[in-house]
Design a protein around this ligand. Structure first.
Ligand SMILES: NC(=O)c1ccc[n+]([C@@H]2O[C@H](COP(=O)([O-])OP(=O)(O)OC[C@H]3O[C@@H](n4cnc5c(N)ncnc54)[C@H](OP(=O)(O)O)[C@@H]3O)[C@@H](O)[C@H]2O)c1
Length: 160
């Protein structure tokens, strides 16, 4: 999974990201480039287009939903099967809140950006058990003229 959340686990408001952090977007781009990216229908509509260089799979319960340039899936398992059938080595789950909640027990790695603020939010990343995850990487990024908030890139992997 790949996510940016604030101190209260907030990830979105009004079907938008609550911040614009260019170096976080850059990290998202670098990590997901060339891979399959599974997103909920609301997150897809918020992005508004297929992301170049990524094979997007949009999760929806609406069987008539179609987007040119993207696959659609009716369940997370179906989305995973699509990626596997195309020899994907690392499927990224890109949110939003509903999808993260359902995928938390399936994911084996979380690329987490912890944004050091508290914003108004109506979508959230689920609580994680400290027992289940170990942090293998942490890089701090200060606030600056291009970044309203400071943040920390963390990589968490599921304990075996
Ligand atoms: N900060 C971050 O890293 C980050 C990342 C991504 C998104 N976001 C934010 O998160 C918010 C959106 O999150 P959200 O929770 O409202 O919506 P969402 O998770 O993006 O999408 C929810 C939709 O996904 C479909 N869906 C959910 N579970 C499904 C299942 N088991 N099988 C088939 N389809 C399923 C349904 O689509 P249908 O209604 O079409 O059936 C549902 O309405 C936005 O504010 C966005 O900006 C933040």
């Amino acid at each position: 999974m790949i996510v940016a959340m604030d101190r209260n686990r907030g990830i979105g408001v009004g079907n938008q990201l609550p911040w614009r952090l260019s170096d976080d977007m850059k990290r998202f781009r670098e990590l997901t480039m060339g891979h399959h990216l599974l997103v909920g229908r609301k997150t897809f509509e918020s992005i508004g287009r297929p992301l170049p260089g990524r094979q997007m799979i949009v999760l929806t319960r609406d069987p008539s939903f179609r987007v040119e340039g993207c696959a659609t899936a009716g369940s997370i398992l179906e989305g995973m099967a699509i990626a596997r059938s195309r020899d994907e080595t690392e499927l990224f789950i890109g949110g939003g809140g509903e999808i993260y909640r359902q995928a938390l027990n399936i994911a084996d790695r979380i690329y987490l950006t912890l944004v050091e603020t508290e914003v108004e939010a109506d979508a959230f990343f689920p609580e994680m058990s400290n027992e289940a995850w170990v942090e293998i990487d942490s890089i701090h990024h200060p606030a600056d003229e291009n970044h309203q908030y400071s943040f920390t890139f963390k990589t968490l992997v599921r304990k075996t």
